[in-house]
Design a protein around this ligand. Sequence first.
Ligand code: NAD
Length: 481
Amino acid sequence: MFKLKNYINGELVNPISNQYIDNYDPSRGTVYSHIPDSDERDAEQAIQAAKAAFSSWSITPKENRSKYLLKIASLIEEQLDELALAESIDNGKPLHLAKTVDIPRAAANFHFYGTGILHYAAHSHSMEDTAINYTLRQPVGVAGCISPWNLPLYLFSWKIAPALAAGCTVVAKPSEVTPMTAYLLSEICIKAGLPKGVLNIVHGLGPKIGNSIVGSKDVPLISFTGGTKTGAHIASVAAPMFKKLSLELGGKNPNIIFADCDYDKMLSTTMLSSFANQGQICLCGSRIFIEKSIYEKFKADFVAKTEALVVGAPLDEKTKIGAVVSKPHMEKILSYVELAKQEGGKVLCGGKEVKVGGEFNNGYYIAPTIIENLSYDCRTNQEEIFGPVVTIMPFEKEEEVLMYANSTQYGLASTVWTQDITKANRVAMNLHTGIVWINCWLLRDLRTPFGGVKSSGVGREGGFEALDFFTEPKNVCVKLK
Ligand code: NAD
């Protein structure tokens, strides 16, 4: 069976322990490859390789750094089919989604930062004829980048690309649940001729290898995307060491639908914002609030469309809902459906495992699920489920729905549907989330700051904010006389 390797100091290597972890294909429920079970010794090798490479990479002209990133972007584009297939098998997501969203966006991340760094400028401040100040932006050092399983290559590249563009070297750890595209990226970096040690990719378990990266005195910066509980642990290790820290964490995003919305557009986009990627996108709207006058109509239409979604094998073109990422995750999602029932929820559709038959019969499939009749503050409506499960609830007044929407510990993203421009902007202003979509969902302009508030994270990714994060400002004050 195929064994993945770590990418350390420009080479593909086995873990020092020679121990491996099973890698599952969730669409079949079978092991299909093995991942290095790396430990602190592998982490240390990777960190020392990155540290050694920093002295030359940090002063490599940005035009040259840009060329490497653009080369990686074009190789990802050339290998789109192979990468999309790998991601679909690793993650269980429909192949067409990997082909049209995940992999093109990964290439776009390298392209964006490969060109963005060429236009990144620092400031100067004149004190008339007394002095001038200028701010040098210097790369921080070895960046530790840790990412989750839901959009594996896309989120991995969203950290690595700005770090490399800024002149940092990187030790990166993909999720052990979906390691394959990160492995293929290491092959791509070798093809692109990326100098040794500039990017190192170490596979393995979070509490083992992730912890070694976070706790290393030679890694002054951590960029983490994942669950809120893991983020809190990472902060507890990194904060006393005064590391630069960016945390992109969980969400429980509200989708607010006013009666005056463009109904058809709202309905088709709400299908996506609820169930795309089996609801395993941190930005999915999992709590849907509908103005009372259209609640019954919305409920009937939404349930009918949801029941028509094809749940099936990821490689089948008809499939809209693939497998969820793992057995434990499927069990977690279904336990929330049981909790919802105990809390008085009425399951309108879905709510159970689906057996899709044939060679995929042991895969992890869940019917897309809609639940109503829950209070805004019950656990089902407060805790992140991260699967194809949404709740619907009517509201009458704007203040009331804002209270519901803002009632969770999370504050990642929200969606507002109305044709009233004043109301849309007023509601956006009063939502406690880092991102608000008005009459759309998941539209991304890579220049905009991305991230959440409250327990959804600290710091921002995206745009020049990410280049600011991976560089340290140093003010130089020059007296003129
Ligand atoms: P997770 O927190 O379990 O794991 C994320 C990564 O952290 C993995 O690589 C894991 O191996 C590593 N890790 C685990 N324990 C660690 C430790 N002690 N030290 C260092 N690293 C450790 O999250 P997940 O289950 O992979 O991903 C799902 C979560 O990610 C959801 O909560 C989702 O909302 C969140 N997410 C957030 C965003 C965002 O941009 N805000 C984007 C995608 C996913």
